[in-house]
Design a protein around this ligand. Structure first.
Ligand code: NAD
Length: 331
């Protein structure tokens, strides 16, 4: 048996997929998830995933005492970037305080390496894409601020306590097990859910925002490599091929037709977001042999097929801490 690896957020998109990969490679995998944004049904059957909210430091400490993970992949978060200004407290607790609790336990229990999924959101709107890892982060929303704060906290944890870490800044990952029942995040998932419910594909603004989507399966190998290399380094990971949201919507529309759906595209008021956001991945290609082979059509097709096997879950809504200036479609 290889090393013992903890994956937080195991019931989510990255956690459920990557844990399956690690199991196949022979690792001893354990998980933590509070199922606030992921589902028990997503978990690989052979894995123990403890229902713990990372906000509870005592529970996290007790988990580490019992399980003694050697490596930690910290994926748990509430990644609703556009919503984060309206749920500031929830955002900072879930994305910053929870991470700091996990870092505390990783220090206390001598974890060998801590791998953290930050976000492209750290770059913000002032940096000009394609973003490179050496750019000064200038996040424009509480989600990006929380991610950047955790990055800085990790550096301190290394400098003061010797905690080894690597940071990944992914963007727009897609694949099966993505939460499609949350109306605040995961644009492709939202569209697929809406289509299955015979609702139009929703676009905020004119759809000229540019994004690059990548299939989750291309992340596994570079993630695994980071377990034992590149301490203190930051890597962008994701697709090179950016497209407009409108183009993406048209592809999803075409794919929907293969499954017998004929959705229309509907435009709503624009929201506060970076218009054009994509990354340069040269560093990951050079050092991690990262190759993004995403076939957007195929991944959408796979997601559709998977979504059609899923129960008709209720759509998640959340109590806003600030309702001022909330977009009409979220009222
Ligand atoms: N998916 C993307 O496109 C993307 C892009 C950039 C960064 N990221 C980051 O990658 C990570 C994984 O993303 P994902 O798409 O798999 O997200 P996800 O929402 O599918 O999974 C996150 C999981 O974390 C769990 N969780 C949330 N808060 C928790 C808490 N307080 N305690 C315990 N568990 C908790 C949720 O229940 C969920 O299962 C996140 O940190 C996210 O910010 C994702």
């Amino acid at each position: 048996m290889k090393s013992k690896v903890l994956i937080t957020g195991m019931a989510g998109l990255l956690g459920s997929n990557f844990s399956r990969y690690l199991l196949k490679q022979g690792y001893d995998v354990v998980g933590i998830d509070d199922f606030s944004g992921g589902y028990k049904e997503n978990l690989p059957k052979e894995v123990k995933c403890s229902n713990i909210n990372l906000g509870e430091l005592e529970a996290v400490e007790s988990f580490f005492k019992t399980e003694k993970p050697e490596y930690v992949y910290h994926f748990a978060a509430y990644a609703a970037e556009g919503l984060s200004p309206f749920i500031r407290r929830y955002n900072y607790i879930n994305n910053l305080i929870c991470s700091s609790n996990l870092i505390t336990s990783a220090i206390n229990h001598n974890v060998r390496k801590f791998i953290f999924t930050s976000s492209m959101a750290t770059y913000g709107a002032e940096n000009i894409p394609p973003f490179t890892e050496d750019m000064q982060p200038k996040p424009i929303d509480p989600y990006g601020i929380a991610k950047y704060a955790v990055e800085m906290d990790l550096k301190l944890a290394h400098d003061q306590f010797g905690l080894n870490y690597s940071i990944i800044r992914p963007h727009n990952i897609i694949g099966c097990y993505q939460n499609i029942w949350d109306r605040y995040r995961n644009v492709i998932g939202i569209w697929i859910r809406k289509i299955i419910h015979h609702e139009p594909i929703s676009i905020f603004g004119d759809g000229m925002q540019k994004r690059a989507f990548s299939d989750v399966k291309y992340y596994y190998k570079p993630f695994e490599q980071l377990m034992t290399s590149y301490n203190g380094e930051i890597f962008n990971l994701g697709a090179d091929q950016e497209q407009t949201i409108l183009e993406a919507a048209k592809t999803v529309q075409k794919c929907a037709a293969d499954f017998g759906y004929k959705p229309e595209i509907q435009h709503y008021e624009p929201r506060h977001e970076a218009k054009i956001a994509f990354c340069n991945h040269d560093k990951a290609k050079r050092l991690l042999n990262f190759v993004d082979g995403t076939d957007f059509n195929q991944t959408i097709h796979d997601m559709f097929e998977w979504a059609l096997t899923q129960p008709d879950r209720p759509v998640k809504s959340i109590d806003y801490e600030i309702s001022k200036n909330i977009y009409s479609y979220w009222k």
